[in-house]
Design a protein around this ligand. Sequence first.
Ligand SMILES: [Mn+2]
Length: 344
Amino acid sequence: MLNIHAESVAELVRTVENGRKFCIVGHTSPDGDAVGACVAMREFLRSLGKEAVIVLPNRFPAFLRHLDPEGTILLYDADKERAGRAISGSQVLFCLDFNSFSRTDEMADALEASKARKILIDHHIGPDVRSFDLTLSMTDISSTCELLYHILKMFPNVGGNASLLPPLTAEALFTGMTTDTNNFANSVYPSTFSMASELLAAGVDRTAMLCRLYNQFSEGRLRLIGELLRNRMKIVDGKFSYMMLPFGLQHEYGYSKGDVEGVVNRPLEIKDVLISVLFTEDKDFVRVSIRSKPDVDVNAFARKYFNGGGHKNAAGGRLEMDMGMIPEYFAASVREYAMQAHLL
Ligand SMILES: [Mn+2]
């Protein structure tokens, strides 16, 4: 069922056993899977008596804050000096939930320059294997958290027994798997349910976790989602949906990063809609989030038109374009792509 390269895991175990100072990094705009995997790894390494620090390129959403109770995760954009020292001073660098250094923005140079042994654990298509000393990558798996879960179970001190994982590791892994599958809605495999079952048996409080993840938002956030779906969602040719979230709207509703996570999935509930895209205005660019119905590949779409990529049914990218140009650009690109991919 699940085919994790045993020799690679053995090499990983040796690296952990022989190392003392570890640095764990995730991608820019860290999501539940990235933060979950980083925290899970940190707590696991600490339980083995190792020094471990997490560095993320920028802030993560507030609904994940409970995963970092001491608030010790370093943010590269806010404190380049300390974050840079943590990266350059480590013997082993764990790179989690991204497939290439370019996914870490301005942190990429520091990661490339690091002399540490670089280990990638990830589930995105097309890992840049040349940048890493050891790559553990699978795409037919729900999340990096799930992959990490199965890997950690193979450590000699765990020996397949999930209840021997540190409690925060177990909770963080369950969190990342839950957010990446949109609470078991997509990319769910038999191994995903095994993981969930074993972690529940090991004592993870899923009810409390779901409440922290999904029921702790501001009123403004829910009203913003209402506004997006009621007034902003546009549909091109009856099949291709897009929504735009410009600065004006963000300010009006007190938006903060992560607030509209998952909203991009909603237009797919419409019978004939095949692709859904959300454009969020950011400092010097527009963030692009793309979802599709199961048969439609948006990884190629994201690569070709949005300087990004990801998975078959969930991808992302970025545009350096005025928000005003987007409706026209989207309509033209999605029509061209639909022709090439024979979607029409
Ligand atoms: Mn992920």
